[in-house]
Design a protein around this ligand. Structure first.
Ligand SMILES: Nc1ncnc2c1ncn2[C@@H]1O[C@H](COP(=O)(O)OP(=O)(O)OP(=O)(O)O)[C@@H](O)[C@H]1O
Length: 284
């Protein structure tokens, strides 16, 4: 598996606060990696370090190829026309592919003469995406590209990111707070929590390794002795457990596969749990 992104012992500090601590991960090329975590988890910091916008205080981060970063507040000027934004991009980026940018916008029905500020949120997101894609990056780093978009626009933007991945073999790292937006599109999952890496892995493999059990609370200790309990919720009588590892055969448990959102929530609820290749696996 050829990596497109590798971090080793990555640590970033803003004055006295460590925004990222001891993060080691490897994302294979050609993947669409979802970066999720609560506010302040360090997602933007990881993206900035990946894009070379900040230098690590500890460890290292390596991109195999060129990374192009799209910031959360999309880098557009409302008073510019779309054509002027393209001219701006062309001046700033030596490897700029103007023909590709124009044909992408044409296919999306976005005219070059309109003012950026007059476009819908979805169209602005598409223009911003066109500006980073025209640089022909190997890794597209997108900080909340779907924020403030309605469900239809979110779907359209995700679909056009997927089309670029399929056409060009591009790799993507994108952050989002809405896990359900990522469910059908992302095939790699990275979970950050409080500056620490909790999960990094193939989505299908992670889903296959995890199960949700519901049943009587008094059975929980027995499960914990045999399988790895990532997190537990419920009442004194009835519990729901996210577990990783061996199937649980006891018929008193209701067992079902974990969805992506449940898996993410389960880890976020238990910051000491981790699912990382090469480490000890689930702890806590
Ligand atoms: N420029 C900065 N100066 C000081 N502290 C910062 C700076 N940028 C981020 N931080 C702090 O670093 C931590 C991680 O922030 P970061 O923006 O990377 O998180 P995030 O996961 O992207 O959050 P959000 O989901 O809210 O965008 C937070 O505690 C934040 O307050």
């Amino acid at each position: 598996m050829r990596p497109v992104l590798e971090a080793t012992g990555l640590g970033v500090r803003y004055r006295r606060t460590w925004a990222l601590r001891d993060c080691s991960l490897s994302v294979p090329a050609g993947r669409v990696a979802a970066l999720v975590g609560p506010n302040g988890a360090g997602k933007t910091t990881l993206m900035h370090a990946t894009a070379g916008l900040i230098n690590p205080d500890r460890g290292s981060v390596t991109v195999y190829g060129e990374a192009a970063f799209m910031a959360q507040d999309k880098p557009l000027y409302d008073g510019f026309t779309v054509a002027e934004m393209l001219a701006f991009g062309r001046r700033l980026n030596p490897g700029w592919d103007d023909a590709a940018a124009r044909s992408r916008l044409r296919a999306l029905g976005i005219g070059l003469d309109g003012k950026v500020g007059k476009l819908s949120g979805g169209q602005q997101a598409q223009v911003a995406l066109t500006l980073v894609l025209a640089r022909h990056p190997d890794l597209l780093v997108l900080d909340e590209p779907l924020a403030n978009l309605d469900p239809l626009a979110r779907h359209d933007v995700m679909r056009s990111i997927m089309a670029e991945v399929a056409d060009r073999g591009l790799s993507v790292l994108l952050s989002s707070h809405v896990v359900s937006d990522l469910e059908d599109t992302c095939d790699w999952l990275v979970v950050l929590n409080g500056g620490r890496l909790q999960v990094s892995g193939d989505v299908e493999e992670l889903l296959a390794e995890h199960r949700v059990l519901s049943g009587p609370a008094e059975l929980a200790d027995g499960v914990a002795a045999r399988t790895r309990v990532v997190s537990a919720t419920g009442t004194a009588r009835q519990v729901t457990l996210l577990v990783r590892g061996e199937p649980v055969l006891d018929p008193r448990w209701n067992v079902r596969p974990a969805g992506l959102e449940e898996l993410v929530m389960g880890y976020l609820r238990s910051p000491d749990s981790a699912a990382l290749p090469g480490l000890a696996g689930v702890t806590g």
